[in-house]
Design a protein around this ligand. Structure first.
Ligand SMILES: [Zn+2]
Length: 330
């Protein structure tokens, strides 16, 4: 396709991609009784109909442990959100399948079903216990954000960076156990020291599911260039988010998002780049990135900026699928 492919060509190309979104908070919306996947609604950002319109292939769903439940009710809260996830996925069984292993995921994608990957955002949910980690793996949890912004039993979150604290002993054990289970380690929200500790000891590549570039926007949740380079060296991926505060413009927009893509591409190439919308976790969305219907616009924007079809396939999803191939046991 030429650089100025017609809209029809762009949509045709987009339809052939596997779009992967590394982060949304839709389980929380569902737990409140809003934004249920099945019923298309005007509120929220993610539902089946809009995912289909946007050509989503794989959606990561994070069970975010809210502060009010920490620390003592974190595990119960996580289990309840897992139940919510199952209720949602079960109600959409004809078009949506839970992603458990790569063979099944590829088969379901081939059969035209979308994939829901379950994860937890906040290692508090482990209650300091590796047996809980192994059990939630059996419950279908395939990624874990080691921390949110606070400190927990695993590490300091980014909100505690002043302490210089990284992984705890238990955090080390969790990383090793996640490596042997074949679970994806998510380093969004962790302190910088925790980021470096994990990168050093993890045998598998990791993801940073929703963050952006510090060089373009000095927000503590964003990764500096050294972190992006190290992530790339370890074959990890950065899910560039749509969070207006992380994009760093007065009016966040698709163009501003693409600037972050350009920055990472210029630094380490495109293989480290993924998308991590943070849909249903943000109140404001960038202009042009309003909900799950937005992905063809990103594809079009990438074509306009001169990325090759192969690079775009990677950015839109294949880079994450490649990481899943490495991390998941089967
Ligand atoms: Zn988050």
């Amino acid at each position: 396709m030429g650089k100025e492919g017609s809209l029809k060509d762009v949509l045709e190309f987009h339809r052939q991609l596997t779009v992967v979104d590394c982060h949304c908070d839709t389980i929380l919306e569902a737990a409140k009784g809003r934004g249920k996947l099945r019923k298309a609604s005007e509120t929220g950002h993610v539902d089946i109909k809009r995912m289909q319109e946007g050509g989503v292939g794989v959606q990561f769903f994070a069970a975010f442990i809210e502060t009010t439940y920490k620390p003592f009710s974190s595990l119960t809260r996580a289990l309840r959100l897992i139940d919510t996830f199952y209720t949602e996925v079960d109600s959409c069984g004809d078009v949506l399948a839970q992603g458990q292993n790569m063979r099944q995921i590829r088969n379901d994608l081939k059969a035209g079903r979308m994939i829901a990957v379950l994860g937890i955002e906040g290692g508090e949910a482990l209650n300091g216990d590796l047996q809980v980690l192994r059990t939630i793996y059996r419950l279908g949890v395939r990624f874990l954000g080691l921390t949110w912004n606070q400190r927990n039993q695993l590490a300091d979150g980014v909100g505690e960076s002043i302490t210089g604290g990284g992984l705890t002993n238990f955090g080390h054990e969790v990383v090793r156990e996640m490596n042997s289970l074949g679970m994806i380690i998510d380093l969004a929200h962790i302190s910088e020291a925790g980021f470096w500790d994990t990168l050093e000891i993890s045998r598998h590549p990791v993801i940073v599911s929703h963050a952006n570039c510090y060089e373009l926007c000095n927000h503590p949740r964003n990764l500096n260039d050294d972190q992006i380079k190290a992530l790339a060296e370890k074959r990890g991926v950065l899910g560039l988010s749509f969070v207006p505060e992380f994009l760093g413009l007065e009016i966040a927009s698709l163009d501003g998002f693409l600037d972050h893509v350009d920055h990472v591409a210029g630094l380490v190439g495109t293989e480290t780049i993924a998308i991590g919308s943070d849909f249903d976790g943000i109140d404001q969305t960038p202009v042009g990135l309003d909900d799950s219907r937005c992905y063809p616009r990103i594809t079009a924007g990438l074509l306009e900026r001169g990325y090759t079809e192969n690079e775009i396939r990677g950015i839109m999803g294949e880079n994450v699928l490649r990481l899943m191939d490495k991390v998941f046991r089967e």
